[in-house]
Design a protein around this ligand. Sequence first.
Ligand code: SAM
Length: 675
Amino acid sequence: MPSPADSTLPPLAGLDTPDLDWRQDETDRLAPHSIAFDDVYFSRHDGRAETEHVFIQANRLPERFASWHATRPFVIGETGFGTGLNVLCAWACFMEHAPPGVRLHIVSTERFPLARDDLARALATWPAFAAPARRLLDQWPEAVAGVHRLWLDARVILDLHFGDSTQMLNQLDGRVDAWFLDGFAPGKNPDMWQPELFAAMAAASRPGASAATFTCAGVVKRGLKAAGFAWRKVPGFGRKREMLVAELTEPPVDESRRHSTWFVPPAPRPAGHVAVIGAGLAGTSVAHALARRGVAVTLIDRDGPAAGASGNRQGALYVKLAAETNAQSRCYLAGLLHSRRWLETLDPEQTLWRECGVLQRAAGEREARRQRRFLDGHPLPASVVRGVDNDAAGGLAGWPLETGGLDYPRAGWVDPAALCRRLADTPGVHLRGGEVTSLDAVDGGWSLRFSDGDGLVADQVVIAAASLANRFAQSAWLPLQAIRGQVSHLALTDAAPRPRRVVCAGGYVSPPRDGILTFGATFHPNVTDTTPSKADHAANLAELERTLPGYLAALRDAGVDLDPARLHGRTAVRAASPDKTPYAGPLPDAAAWKHDYAALAKDARRRVPDTPGRHHPGLWISAAHGSRGLASAPLCAELIASRVCDEPLPLPRELVDHLHPGRRLIAELIRGTAR
Ligand code: SAM
């Protein structure tokens, strides 16, 4: 499995935003000009007309959209998102020409994302795009390397791949139908227009994919041809005599998972009706992700939405990132940024969550050193995470602290139960009670048996049942650890001080909700009893003292009753994997993997067998989210829904594979511990 050292992903860091010079175009509008590249973002003559000619018409998008009837989305790939003008034009063209019900997916790379204000200023040039531009600006991500998924419209997804075009396209898990080859003139930006870029495009193309570009430079013609595209010249825009259009006529052999054939995804299959087992955060977010793509979902839970660990009063939207970059931290940071944007779109009024910030206190010298190493190795924007000293930390928390920590200003707390209910309410999701006891493959789908003898048939099934996710014959091999956790609730008096941020050290405490302070949680591996205990409340009080030292004394002074025997709370069972990364992906046929990859047990370095991983067809899993499901479950839901619906994935391939449940089987085969 890839180790950080051989990762081809960009560093986990912030990206530089470009310095712009605003110059008057021919119609007296101010248009952005790149100082570093000394080039324009769009034509000074008429940017919009240029986009229509060079990218939209040359790729024949009006006709192709009009005749698009597939259940998967039409996919556009772009190098150089810039101001987003091309994307807004493609989106408008899609809305005008595509039949109702079909979808558009745009993947666009950008190495130097515009600062939000610059983007707003550039887009203000196009009054006709005011509403779509607002939709884009509202979701504009932080300048952090990686993939950022935006929903432009109920039918249009934009995946921004922040990083170098070649690097990001090499990691794209998805196939493109039409390319916009933009990215400043080859003479001004030779670094991007390398043979590797065209090879990466070809590898990420559907057979017959088209491409269009404003330039006829030799390096582009040679690069396209060598990668398997047949190009021809057509009249250019305005004063440019010629431009290029191309078609992929010789698709390359797919070698993207040559060294890890087990992760080759299963072929797409019909997904008219999907059953999701488990209505916690993992299950409800998958149900919502599928339903918004037009899939009929039956969401099944024995006890209704959020009956398990997702039913707590308040949950922290937080992550713990490793000092040294690893795939798990990359997944969690991507998940945190995704959840934040997703919550904002789902609930802009913040009725289900609060952006109060999360402070990760360095409670000891060891943790302080770890946090310093993390900050030194990961120069991320301060709006994502920053180091704060004890004074600043105390000011943020609303309570004096002797040590500083890591502050995530845009994180916060969520009401997970209300969130699950909202997601379960998505049109197209049918909530059904009952306990599923077994799954049987039946022609082209699955038959689900319930404990009361009832049955249900679905095309595909997603298992999202936390610690019960491995109760089925097909998933019994999956290592899952049950962890009992209890949170405590404390009724505050009016005089009692209140934390203003979520503060974590070992446990966490949230700002109070309706006068009730939530803090916890205990951590008891392999315990499934959910009877609340006084001992657990006492442990939570001790942890609160560590998280906010001196706070308990102030509560006592304010007359708050701190007797653990009289505290209320909630106990639930969470589930974790041995490596603490969630499972999100197709469910391997464990017996077939043990047979096909037996050679790994003898020598993990020998040639990887050519056989792609065999999976239980149409069976998926989202589980092992532990106590960080608010940061991981929504992104994992998008990952599964994207795979089910045969669209590009919202994470680089390396991270998609890191989340694949089959990683455990491969690790066990290599170690010789497979059962
Ligand atoms: N398509 C854009 C639009 O609709 O506004 C205009 C693109 S502008 C001409 C070129 C863009 O390519 C710039 O935003 C620049 O930062 C980006 N770029 C340059 N080199 C790049 C690279 N190696 N990888 C990704 N993006 C790059």
